[in-house]
Design a protein. Structure first.
Length: 82
């Protein structure tokens, strides 16, 4: 709770939504949030460079934390404009 980046203090990584999904119906009600899923999908898909615009810079700490703790492929981070 003392991290300089507010997103890292208590990150929201999942949401619960009790609603019918267009493809899976009512099989799932727990969905990963973008900040959590983004790093995982980049790692799984072996994305070599992750490029984001300036509004996502505060989210990079969580992205990097997920990538480091996923212990798999590590994409290179880039921000635009740089």
């Amino acid at each position: 709770m003392t991290h300089d980046n507010m997103i890292m203090r208590d990150p929201v990584i999942y949401r619960i939504k009790h609603a019918e999904h267009h493809r899976t119906g009512n099989s799932w009600c727990i969905y990963p949030m973008y900040d959590f899923a983004h790093g995982q999908s980049d790692s799984i898909e072996e994305i070599t460079h992750s490029i984001c615009t300036l509004e996502f810079i505060p989210h990079r700490d969580l992205y990097n934390w997920c990538i480091e703790n996923w212990k798999s492929f590590h994409p290179v981070n880039m921000s635009l404009p740089d």
